[in-house]
Design a protein around this ligand. Structure first.
Ligand code: NAP
Ligand code: GLV
Length: 308
């Protein structure tokens, strides 16, 4: 694989990416500027406008993350160039950790005890049965299916939802609009792990949030625009939802003065639910480049019409 030219664009740990890629592909030349020579592959996260304009010979574009929503909106990306995304590479276990934290917090009512402690109140809540505490997981892909199984392994009934029919051990798998209605009606905690596409944008609006059981908890780990944020705020303010754990937002970073920052019913984290770990992701990308160079198929190729 000598003589390969790679165009790298990321603002997140760029030096570590260069080092890791150079280790995996010692003969490749890595370029970081938009005035790079003609490259074979682009490896990008949130590419700026103009990045692909001068690159007519790309054989594939690699997303350095799992989600490709911001990449697919680039109108300079030539139609015929395959887009390949990072699959898991350490992200699935991070997602499961976050979701488990939220599920256990909701199930064991730890935020209620924290409130009680602030008012020096000693008062036990009645115990609950896991069997009565169903969890919904929207999205049963690489990250959603792992997360759903991790929750199910603790004994919670798990209802998962996908676009097409899926089978995931220990998870009641549903699809389609009737499947979504069933998941929403059951979920004491709803974990969102869908890609942001034309079909899923604004999916969790007032009407769908209202279908959740009273006092449910929302956990959005995917993309902010999947949830109608004003509708969520209203559901929290009216006490219909007990809490929301939000890792992602319509505008990131979450703007100063945004009502989510100080809302007692919202836990904000700065888009860290599952971060790409550079070394394993660089290894995965290098292996895929090697396969493409040999003319072999690779996994993780995005269906650009579908949007994920
Ligand atoms: P994936 O493997 O592509 O899985 C996507 C899942 O969503 C699939 O089960 C798919 O259904 C389902 N889906 C897509 N469109 C749907 C629709 N219209 N209706 C119902 N289900 C639909 O994606 P992934 O790797 O698990 O990642 C999921 C998302 O997590 C990413 O797109 C990204 O936005 C987000 N993410 C966030 C972070 C973070 O730190 N917060 C980190 C990584 C990823 P099928 O199974 O039928 O195809
Ligand atoms: C992060 O949000 C990713 O999509 O990998």
């Amino acid at each position: 694989m000598s003589g390969l030219h790679l165009l790298l664009h990321t603002t997140e740990q760029p030096e570590q990416w260069v080092a890791a890629l150079q280790k995996e592909l010692p003969q490749a030349r890595i370029h970081r500027a938009s005035d790079a020579p003609q490259c074979d592959y682009a490896l990008v996260w949130q590419p700026p406008a103009g990045l692909f304009g001068g690159q007519p010979a790309l054989k594939a574009v690699f997303s350095l993350g799992a989600g490709v929503d911001s990449l697919l909106t680039s109108d300079e990306l030539p139609e015929a160039v395959p887009v390949v995304r990072v699959e898991d590479s350490g992200m699935a276990s991070q997602m499961a950790e976050y979701a488990l934290y939220a599920v256990l917090d909701a199930f064991r009512e730890f935020r209620c005890y924290a409130r009680q402690q602030r008012s020096h109140q000693w008062s036990a809540r009645p115990p609950r049965e896991r069997a009565d505490f169903a969890v919904g997981v929207l999205g049963l892909g690489v990250l959603g299916s792992y997360t759903a199984q991790a929750i199910g392994a603790l004994g919670f009934p798990v209802y998962g939802w996908s676009r097409t029919p899926r089978r995931v051990t220990g998870v009641t798998c549903l699809h389609g609009s009737s499947g979504l209605a069933e998941v929403l009606a059951s979920a004491r905690v709803l974990v969102v792990l869908l890609p942001l596409t034309v079909q899923t944008r604004g999916l969790l609006d007032a009407r769908r949030l209202a279908r959740l059981p009273h006092g449910a908890v929302l956990v959005n780990l995917a993309r902010g625009a999947l949830v109608a944020e004003a509708d969520l705020l209203r559901a929290l303010n009216e006490g219909r939802l007990a809490h929301a754990f939000l890792d992602v937002f319509s505008t990131e970073p979450l703007p100063p003065g945004h009502p989510f920052w100080d809302h007692p019913g919202i836990t904000v984290t700065p888009h860290v639910a599952a971060q790409t770990t550079v070394a394993p992701a660089a290894r995965q990308i290098a292996e895929k480049i090697a396969k493409l160079e040999r003319g072999e198929p690779v996994t993780g190729v995005v269906d650009r019409r579908r949007g994920y």
